[in-house]
Design a protein around this ligand. Structure first.
Ligand code: S3P
Length: 416
């Protein structure tokens, strides 16, 4: 599996702040993480490619005011996390991106960062990029994000590294924990309550104190969001058995496995010595289920491919509380419903819910699909298309280059 995109972004950004040389292996090839690497280079970190990874010479004393716009391409994670870092840097940074990224909401990070003392402006009073950030002189805050968002939590915590006093983010529903896990790895003073290892399902509080980061050597584990395409393909395509190896296992990233298990999918999940997962899926009948709002942060990026699975299940599947999908790389709530109809299935958006009617195991017809420039719609369409009787042609396929450029190649290998 390609290395996890969320972890790789954070590792590159934190390595730029850590004084010394970090080695990060298993960095995925896509454009998104490359944008974070390019941004930290423009800020003065030295980033050199290694086979399968990067070496970063970082440290706050190396960084300087960037002489051009930090262009984050299509990457919401890149822009929001970098906004947290730029908020703490005592100069002007301008963050922009492609047309999709420039239309995505940024007030969710801009508001808490302003509360910490950063001066940030942008289009629509700072809700849309380009964002102009004059950072420095921050004070710690206690913040309760109104939406369940790991990106918001991360931006605030990264800014908190250089703030005066402690910075706490309290989440009603926990989101992926890569920032707190990696901050600890990079030597920051970070406290998580209740601890990440506890089985607690309610809210969580993460506090960071002003800290210097130390360089690390780490290998990014495989990306569960990318693994999900192959796991679902194994479930839907007659006579298949697919194994994905080395997949990250941790809080709020493996929810798709719970849902597929509830659907009765034939799955075997083994944890290896390093704590990563090997997952085998086999073709077999699956049934519809209900996905509850509290589960959504743990499978937020896997909804498109889970919806494809649901379209072939026995019975209907309801996904509740998908409002956040409206502000992803596309209006993903609607583009998923359109994807399922284009493949010959049935799906309906009801408020913030998505209801997918199962075909009772009958293959879909396939058909022309518009990815709307959204990599996850394109890859979910490819999985649905593989399991369909007719031809599926995917418009704007090149969007997969943001996260998984070798997806088509890997798919051909699977079919040999
Ligand atoms: C991400 C968090 C999620 C996810 C995105 C990556 C991250 O976004 O959809 O692809 O790396 O923190 P939100 O936290 O904003 O929901």
């Amino acid at each position: 599996m390609p290395g996890d995109k969320s972890i790789a972004h954070r590792a590159v950004l934190m390595a730029a702040l850590a004084k010394g040389t970090s080695l990060i292996c298993g960095v995925p090839d896509g454009d998104d993480v490359a944008r974070s690497a390019q941004a930290v280079q423009m800020l003065g970190a030295e980033v050199s490619p290694l086979s399968g990874g990067v070496q970063v010479h970082g440290g706050r004393d190396r960084l300087f005011e960037p002489c051009d716009v930090l262009d984050m391409g299509n990457s919401g994670t890149g822009m929001r996390l970098l906004a947290g870092i730029a908020a703490a840097l005592p100069w002007l940074s301008v963050l922009s991106g492609d047309r999709s990224l420039r239309s995505r909401p940024m007030a969710r990070v801009v508001e808490p960062l302003r509360e910490m003392g950063a001066h940030i402006d942008g289009r629509r009073n700072g809700d849309n990029a380009p964002l102009v950030v004059r950072g420095g002189n921050l004070k710690g805050i206690y913040y309760r994000p109104p939406q369940a968002s790991a990106q918001v939590k991360s931006a605030v915590l990264l800014a908190g590294l250089s703030a005066q006093g402690d910075t706490t983010v309290e989440e009603k529903v926990p989101t992926r924990a890569h920032t707190e896990e990696l901050l600890e790895r990079f030597g920051a003073k970070v406290r998580v309550e209740p601890e990440l290892s506890s089985m607690h399902l309610g809210g969580r509080r993460v506090t960071v104190s002003p800290s210097e980061l130390h360089p690390v050597e780490l290998t990014v584990p495989g990306d569960p969001s990318q693994a999900a395409y192959w796991v679902v393909a194994g479930c839907l395509i007659p006579h298949s058995e697919v194994t994905v190896k080395g997949v990250y296992s941790g809080p709020c990233r493996n929810g798709f496995l719970d849902v597929l298990e509830r659907m009765g999918a034939d799955l075997k999940v083994r944890s290896d010595q390093s704590g990563t997962l090997d997952i085998t899926s086999r073709f077999g009948p699956i049934t519809g289920t209900t996905v509850y709002e509290q589960e959504v942060p743990a499978l937020i990026d896997e909804v498109p491919v889970l919806a494809v699975a649901a379209a072939m299940a026995h019975g209907d599947t309801s996904f509740h509380g998908l409002g956040e999908l409206r502000v992803k790389e596309s209006d993903r709530l609607n583009t998923i419903a359109e994807l399922i109809s284009s493949l010959g299935g049935r799906a309906e958006v009801v408020g913030d819910d998505l209801v997918v009617s199962g075909s009772a195991g009958e293959p879909l017809t396939g058909g022309p699909v518009d990815s709307h420039g959204d990599h996850r719609i394109a890859m979910a369409a490819a999985v649905g298309g593989l399991a369909a009787t007719g031809k599926t042609v995917i418009r704007s396929w090149e969007s997969v280059d943001t996260s998984y450029p070798s997806f088509a190649q890997d798919m051909s290998r699977l079919l040999q």
